[in-house]
Design a protein around this ligand. Sequence first.
Ligand code: ADP
Ligand code: MG
Length: 690
Amino acid sequence: MDFKRTELTKLNGISEKRSALFAKLDINNLEDLLLFFPRDYEDWTEITPLHLIEDGAVVTVQAKIVAAPTMQYKGKLLWLRTSLTDGLNVISAIWFNQPWLTKKLHAGFEYYFHGKVQRQGRSFSLQNPLFFDKTEYEKQKIQAIYPLTAGLTQKIVRNSVDQVLALYNNYLIDPLPDQIRRDYELCTLNYALERIHQPQAQYEHQIARIRLAFEELFLIRSALYLLKRKNQAESKAKALLSSESVKQKMNDLRHSLPFTLTNAQIKAINDILRDMRQTKPMNRLLQGDVGSGKTMVAAFALAYAVWSGGQCIFMAPTSILARQHMNTLTTLLAPVGIKIELLTGQTTGKKRRDILEAAENHEVDVIVGTHAVLEKDLILKKPVLTITDEQHRFGVAQRSALADFDENDYLPHRLVMSATPIPRTLALILYGDLDLSIMDELPVGRKKINTYTATSQDTAKIYKLMRKTVERGEQVYVVCPLIEDSELSDLESAETTYEKLSRNIFPDLKIGLIHGSLKTDEKDQVMEKFIDGEIDILVSTTVIEVGVDNPRATLMLIQNAERFGLAQLHQLRGRIGRSDLDSICILLSDSEEELARERLITLCKTQNGFELAEQDLRLRGPGDFFGTKQHGLPQFKLINLYRDNEIIQTVNDAFMKIVKNDPELSFPDNQNIVKAIQQRYPEILSGITL
Ligand code: ADP
Ligand code: MG
């Protein structure tokens, strides 16, 4: 049976309606349900002797029914009462309004009872306890607790999982080679699946979980590895060769800059040019901290590609950013004769046709744009280089989609840029299909952004500082948390803040509001006003997080700072300090949680994003360092990329051991890796024929 293709309605007790409830939990087929892991367990393995029970405790006891239960009305309630003994002590058990239980509770027989203890004078009773005979108890003394949604109960989920396990029949391929299982002491897949759902002892679900977490990461690591190999082996790109004249022009470009490139920039540029000279398509991730000067590196890559090859595409996640890149690139590259055009969703009609025609006739060298340029009819026929800014907004799926940009035999060289600092081990998991250039150095003379923590008691001082900043002709960001969960409507809090600031606090200043539910051109308008200085104080959600450049913004107030991940705070902070003016970032938080405070203080002390990332991993705080769902990989079910540093390292080591001997993963022992990836993650490998 193909679990992936079998809908839940095939199970007993699952109607269309119930199946829709499961869908809310992202469970759409039998495989999803099989891999829907408990969040906790209810453990009834510990039996409390009757002489040790205490008032109010929830206990499991093993006891005999002394005599047939009696029934009695008290008011409207029907009491069913009996006595239980473990041979030494006696307690009573009471059920309300469940007369049918008399038939199930046989005097002289032993049962397991689970419920809450209540004390009446000197005697104890269990109220409405659940009870099981020995066989039933053995089967379910540890019960899985699943995440639920309204309308679903543990019983429904357990029952459905039970059916899936009965149908299971070794359906999933076990990817782990025996040697790896032995070396790392991991149990088999079948055992793990059964015992994570239906353990008979504590240690069983622990063993199961370790094994499944290892596998989860191992599969992704392998899949990305294969993706990379496949891209390298089969696809060809135009080799962009350097000539004396290109060398000369590159040199001139370098000397035309008002500053010197950092060593990190030079190294990254060299990595990129070296890649582009090959017939194998470049597939490189440029990771650089906010402000490290990635755009400059991109400009050099573009210049080289244009002079030695052909047309290029530069893609940004939003039209504001696209326009900004357009400006930067034009300033830099137009003087040396490179023709650049901007193409976004808002470029329409004749303008758009003109650009496309110019592109067709090779009158344009570089097209800067948003996703609009991804649409098939808009793309250049044969771009030699595509650059994608802010990679963390794009997932693996898009990364692969970009690969078949060109319908001809050549693939473009590809460069993706990301400002999310990720420790190297992790980058291997998340971006295993890409080569890495890391820029962990900021241009010299960059001013440090003075970062402070504050509480709501400091509000008056903060308002004063905001006013002073505006009076100096500088600008302010006020950032409010945005939470995806609509029930905790935090959009409103941006709105409330806006209302408060514009009505009560600064009625004389120009306050703006921007958030994710505005339309694109509304957002653009607000951003433009802010950049043009028509807004003094911009209240926003995290929509401003990505790359926007306003050198006159020098103060940022982040409200409920504890709600953001460290990396996200660092990104946000990167929106200020973009000139030679002094900048201040205030992290406002009333959280008294120690870890939360510690994280914020870390941010005050550290300016370097990579260091912050490492620190964050060390602190092992709660939260999602990488932001929600941004990495575009399948959601990890068991691995916490944030906490499980050790497993990540172990899986990397294990995987490296395997590919060292068998780079194709074609040894008989390793073939299940490939098969399991095809079975589990067909979407990642859809582009791959193995
Ligand atoms: P990011 O990596 O965050 O995208 P940008 O490319 O936007 O960074 O660069 C940030 C600012 O630093 C820009 O104003 C850019 O002109 C400037 N810059 C880039 N490289 C250097 C350098 N080597 N020296 C000084 N300033 C630089
Ligand atoms: Mg940038």
